[in-house]
Design a protein around this ligand. Sequence first.
Ligand code: SF4
Length: 495
Amino acid sequence: MASPRILSKSSYLNGLQCPRYIWIQFHEPERIPETDPVTQYIFDQGHEVGYLAKDLFPGGIEVPQDSFVGNIERTKELLEERKPLFEAGVLAGKLYSRVDILFPVGEGEWAICEVKSSTSVKDVHINDVTFQRYCCTRSGLGIRNCYLALINNHYVRNGEIDPKGLFNIYDVSGEVEAASVAIQDKIDGILEVINRATCPEMIIGPHCRDPYECPLTDCWEHLPEHNVFSLYWSGKKSFTMYNSGITTIGEITGDFKLNAKQLIQQASVVTGKPHVDKEAIREFLSSLEYPLYFLDFETIAPAIPLFNGVRPYQNIPFQFSLHFVRDERSQPVHHSYLASGSADPRPALLVELQKVLGTSGSIVAYNKGFEEGCLREMAAAFSEYSDWIDRVCQRLVDLLEPFRNFYYYHPVQKGSASLKAVMPAITGKGYDDLDISDGQVASAAFLAATYGEMPEADRVKVRNDLEQYCGRDTEGMVWIVARLRELSVQEVKNA
Ligand code: SF4
C-alpha cells in the first residue's frame, strides 16, 4: 500500500495501542466490527459533552466541518480573527488534527482545550493532546498551553446545566511537554507499520484492553476453552502464565500460586463437574426470610445529569422488576415498573416500589451493593422515603454471596460470578432468547426510546424488551434459589 496521505489523531492513538490494529485499520478496515450500540451511545454522549464545553468560551466560532479540506481552509482564515475556534482543522504534512477548542492567548499564541467525558486525567488524554499540539506547532501555530476539560462528578444540576460547574479544567501543559520528547519517533514507527505489505504479528497482552478495548477479537480465537484468561480474578497474572507457555487452567502448576477460589475453579475444570459446598449453601439459604422479594433495578447514568439534584454519572433507576414468593411452595408473582415520559423516573418508581415491597421478608438482590446504592441515593434525594428505605436496606440479602464465595461453582461460569454467568450454569436457562440481555444495552435503549427520536413501533418494542430483560433477572434469581434449595435437600438425603 502507498504511504497514507494523512495520519489522524485517532489513528495515532490506535497505532500507539497496537501495530496490528493500526495496520488492519488502514489495509483491511472491513475486518473491524461495526460500532455496537453501547459504544455508539458513549460516542454520542461525548459529542453532547463537547457541545456544552463550547459555552465556556463565549464568542467562539464553529468551524464548518462539512468538508475535510474546507474545514482546514476555513480554520486558516478564522485564525486571523483571534477568537476561540471550535473544531479547528489543522494539517501539518501528513499529520492531521481537529482541535475541540483552540483559543488565543497572549500576543499571537494559542491554547488547546480538549474535552472529554472522563472524570480524571488519563495517559491516553495526554497522548491525544500531545499529538494535537505537535500537529499545530508543525503547522506554524505557537501553542502556549494545553488543557483538558473533564467532567466534574461533584457538580449537582440545578436548573439549566452550568458549564462552569459541569467541567473541571486541568492545565496539562507540563505532561504534554514531557510526552512530546519522542513523538516524531513514534509517528515514524506508526507510519512504517502502516507502510508494511503484511500485517505485523502481535501477541495478545494488556494493551488489547488498554487504553480501550480493541474491537478485533480474532487474536484471541486460538485460545481453547478454560484458558488462563478465564481464571477468576487473575488480572495481569494470566498474561504472565500465557507468556510462560501455560494456556489452560488445567495446566497451571505450583509455579503459579492459586488462591482457594482459583483452586476450586481449576479442580472443577479438570473434573468437568460443579463444586458444591452444600453446608455453606444451606447456611446461606437459612438467612432468607419468607416472603421473599427478588428485586432488580435498571439505571441510567449519563455524564450530563438530566434532572435537578443529580450529579454526572449518578445512577438513576428507571425500572424495577420484583418477583414475590410467599413461601417455599408458592409460585412467584411478578410486579414491575418501567418509567414513561421524560421526567425524573424516581418519584413514581418509589411510589410503585413501596406498594409491592411489603414490610417484612428478605429482599434478594444480585450484588446488593448496587441496589442499596440506588436506594440510598433516592433516600438522600427524597427525604420523605428515607426511613422506609432504611428499613428496606436492612432486609437486603445478596444472592451473589454463594457464588462470589464459591459455595457453588460450575465450569461453564468461566471464572465469573455474575448473574449472566451463574444463571445458565446452575439453572440451564439464560438470556439467549431476549433482544436485550445486558444492563448497559438496557440503559442505552431506554435513553434512546425515552429521550431520542424513534418510531413508535420501535419504542414499543424497546419497552417490551426492557420488561422482558429486567423480568428475566429476577425470575432467574427465583430459579437460582430454587436450585440451591434442591442441592440443600440433596444434602439432607445424602446425609
Ligand atoms: S486484539 Fe490485541 S493484539 Fe490483536 S489487534 Fe487488538 S490490540 Fe492488537
